[in-house]
Design a protein around this ligand. Structure first.
Ligand SMILES: Nc1ncnc2c1ncn2[C@@H]1O[C@H](COP(=O)(O)OP(=O)(O)O)[C@@H](O)[C@H]1O
Ligand SMILES: [Mg+2]
Length: 307
């Protein structure tokens, strides 16, 4: 069933599943996108995120995809908590409950903490994409809103509505991240599809190429070359150019390769010779900041995994 309006249960509302009977207390709204609204809820003393879809079939297909990728464990094991329908003001809505990711949307995080964090966030995302691709799935709808970042730059993918089996058509995408929109390839799900969207995500997070993302850009003018020119003209993209060229130009044979290249590129910044004559240059300071961020993140993730 497709509903034209979004349910907006106020904080304190109890939503009870029609079929399984579990009750969730609404604590607040976490966000919304084109397909649904996500609420912070509590159930038996634990906090979760509950996504209400506008279309029951879309919710079901998202749940099916999540069930398939979490089968047999892996980093997303336990992400999907429950799925059911509830009645609100006389209308039935399908929903699913998932792990609550305490973090900020990636663009908000970078605005607040500084664009140096892209080095860490990008690596973490490429690791997750590698995991999905090596299990036969493409994320599909990669964009800044679907990446949440918690402390120490830990990046999480949310919104699995675009998850598509490799070789099929991509199920859900957003125009400006879409390889087809940029005349840069097909909409068939392959690793390169996500890697292209990851390249656009980097441009967006680094504030580059604003003029390319205008709605009135004519279809014949859309090309990966235009995006690359924008990246080359942007000072914030410069350190990432070796990766951006291959991300946007379809130059990687796998996400694992992209991940290794990203890692090597980020580490190479700290190995550049330092000019003795002048005070510390901006590049050197960025290198120090990135090293500190990388070091702290690695220590944090290591300690967290031990606990
Ligand atoms: N598990 C989660 N934990 C915390 N916030 C979330 C979670 N899932 C989604 N959100 C927030 O809700 C927003 C909308 O959810 P999303 O699944 O992307 O909806 P849509 O499919 O409509 O785009 C996200 O951009 C994010 O800010
Ligand atoms: Mg979304």
């Amino acid at each position: 069933m497709t509903t034209s309006y979004r349910p907006e249960p106020a904080a304190g509302t109890i939503l009870t599943g029609k079929w399984k009977g579990r009750s969730y207390r609404v604590l607040g709204k976490l966000g919304e996108g084109a397909n649904g609204t996500v609420f912070l809820v509590s159930c038996e003393g634990r906090r979760h995120a509950l996504k209400v879809g506008l279309d029951a079939a879309d919710v079901q297909s998202e749940v099916n995809a999540l069930t398939a990728i979490t089968a047999g464990g892996g980093p997303l094991a336990g992400f999907l908590v429950d799925t059911d329908d509830f009645i609100w003001k006389g209308t039935s809505y399908s929903f699913y409950v998932m792990k609550y990711v305490e973090g900020l949307q990636s663009a908000v995080f970078l605005d607040k903490e500084g664009s140096e964090w892209l080095s860490v966030i990008g690596l973490k995302l490429l690791v997750q994409l590698t995991h999905l691709h090596e299990r036969g799935w493409v994320f599909g709808d990669l964009k800044t809103e679907n990446v949440l970042v918690s402390s120490y730059g830990e990046a999480h993918l949310v919104d699995f509505g675009g998850l598509s089996p490799i070789g099929r058509s991509v199920k859900q995408f957003t125009e400006i991240y879409d390889r087809g929109y940029w005349n840069a390839g097909t909409r068939t799900a392959d690793a390169g599809y996500d890697l292209f969207a990851f390249g656009i995500l980097c441009l967006r997070l680094l504030g580059a190429g604003e003029e390319c993302f205008r709605r009135d850009l004519l279809p014949q003018n859309r090309s990966p070359e235009l995006l690359l020119k924008a990246a080359e003209a942007s000072a914030s993209c410069r350190p990432y150019l070796p990766c951006l060229r291959r991300l946007l130009g379809g130059g990687y044979s796998s996400s694992r390769e992209a991940c290794e290249h990203w890692r090597a590129t980020v580490y190479s910044w700290n190995k550049r010779p330092v000019r003795k004559s002048s005070a510390l240059g901006k590049g050197f300071k960025t290198g120090i900041a990135v090293s500190a961020i990388l070091f702290l993140s690695v220590v944090y993730l290591y300690i967290r995994d031990l606990m």
